[in-house]
Ligand binder design. Structure first.
Ligand SMILES: Cc1cc2nc3c(=O)[nH]c(=O)nc-3n(C[C@H](O)[C@H](O)[C@H](O)COP(=O)(O)O)c2cc1C
Length: 385
């Protein structure tokens, strides 16, 4: 297709008006307050936390409480919850709202990790459509005026698709938007996202925004997704790893402007350093912890730039900001943007796998008693993993 015009306005998620129809995808271990702040400094959009387990939140584990804390500059505050049990999810939502800790709550039904799907959680859960509906309805009710949204995958595999039914159920339950990562659980991150499914979902869910997700590596990709699918906004994950300025490109593109950040090596080094500083704040001044965290970002930031293997290896083992500064000082900051070498896919990829599911999970769409104990075990007790 398509006859859809590019959105010239932003995106409304319930009462929240977002200047640009762009959402930073929740990514465990990545989209903490440090990285969200950095991305926000470049662009305009909704920046969602990494997933927080509703059980751990209800138990007020120190890690969960830390992960839901926003910086004063972060508004609206957006938190993603993972849960498999309606009462626990409702309790977590009630807590967030009563304590005024979030302006938007997203529910994660897309996790393909075997330890979660093996028990019927994550992307396996919408197969049990009654349970899915129950969780979403309870969350929406508990949230009151705070908008609740849903993020999901296409289904378990090509023979067991769930997204259209789940999209309709979520719409009926009163969510403020629905986002689709256009892959099945069995695809994990392999191959290409099937954007035609986003188009089908958009035609199915008509009363709230439909957001498309999967394989946006540039602002041009985002415009193309909107054009091809008619979706109301885009969710960007791996494409922004090591490239927080992508949010500036995206905001400009949705304003109809052509702007593409082409940072010099010095500008990349500065953003990388700022990311590390923000991580030090996130870890309450624990510099060694922040340095361990930033290591995983090194390859993404410096992809395509002339940085020698030894400096890369040292940055990937950095222990202090001083050590980082000394290493960054050895680079030629005037090196220009390397073009295509710095662009394209990054982050998780991998190959398709048969999803791990509870025995006989696929035999029925109803949740029988036998699965309840399994599901209780799918209720993770830690967040952000
Ligand atoms: C490292 C990593 C962590 C992720 N963690 C979450 C998460 O906590 N919650 C969630 O809904 N999706 C999570 N995802 C999936 C992303 O939100 C997104 O749906 C997926 O990466 C596809 O979008 P992309 O092609 O733009 O990366 C994660 C993805 C990655 C790569």
């Amino acid at each position: 297709m398509s006859t859809t015009t590019m959105p010239t306005r932003g995106l409304s998620i319930g009462p929240i008006d977002v200047a640009s129809p762009v959402v930073l995808a929740p990514m465990a271990g990545i989209t903490n307050t440090a990285y969200r702040r950095l991305c926000r400094e470049y662009g305009a959009g909704l920046y969602v936390s990494e997933m927080i387990t509703s059980r751990a939140l209800v138990e007020r584990t120190p890690e969960s409480m830390r992960l839901i804390t926003h910086h004063a500059s972060e508004t609206p505050r957006s938190i993603q919850l993972y849960g498999v049990e309606p009462n626990t999810v409702a309790e977590a939502v009630t807590m967030l709202v009563a304590e005024d800790r979030a302006d938007h709550i997203d529910l994660n039904f897309g996790c393909p990790v075997p330890k979660v799907t093996r028990r019927g959680g994550g992307s396996a859960l919408p197969w049990k459509i009654g349970l899915f509906r129950d969780i979403v309805e309870r969350a929406v009710r508990a949230a009151g005026d705070v908008p609740v949204t849903v993020k999901m995958r296409k289904g378990i595999d090509g023979d067991h698709l769930t997204y259209l039914e789940a999209g309709r159920a979520a719409e009926g339950a009163g969510v403020a938007s629905v986002a689709l990562h256009a892959r099945t659980a069995s695809e994990f991150y392999s191959g290409h996202a099937d954007w035609s499914a986003i188009e089908t979902l958009k035609q199915t869910v008509t009363s709230v925004p439909v957001l498309g997700n999967g394989d946006i590596w540039s602002a041009a990709d985002a415009l193309r997704m909107v054009d091809e699918t008619g979706c109301d906004g885009v969710v960007v994950g791996r494409g922004c790893l090591g490239r927080p300025w992508l949010f500036g490109d995206l905001a400009a593109a949705f304003r109809g402007e052509e702007l593409k950040a082409e940072p010099t090596l010095g500008e990349v080094a500065t953003a990388f350093r700022r990311h590390a500083e923000l991580l030090v704040e996130f870890y309450d001044g624990d510099e060694p912890h922040a340095c361990r965290d930033i290591r995983k970002h090194v390859a993404w930031y410096f992809k395509g730039y002339p940085v020698g293997g030894d400096v890369r290896a040292s940055l990937a083992a950095v222990e202090s900001l001083q050590m980082m500064d000394d290493l960054l000082a050895t680079l030629d900051w005037a090196q220009p943007y390397p073009g295509e070498a710095a662009e394209g896919p990054r982050g998780r990829a991998g190959s398709p796998k048969k999803p791990s599911l509870p025995d006989r999970w696929l035999e029925s769409r109803d949740l029988d008693e036998a699965f309840k104990a399994e599901l209780a075990a799918a209720e993770l007790h830690h967040s952000g993993g």
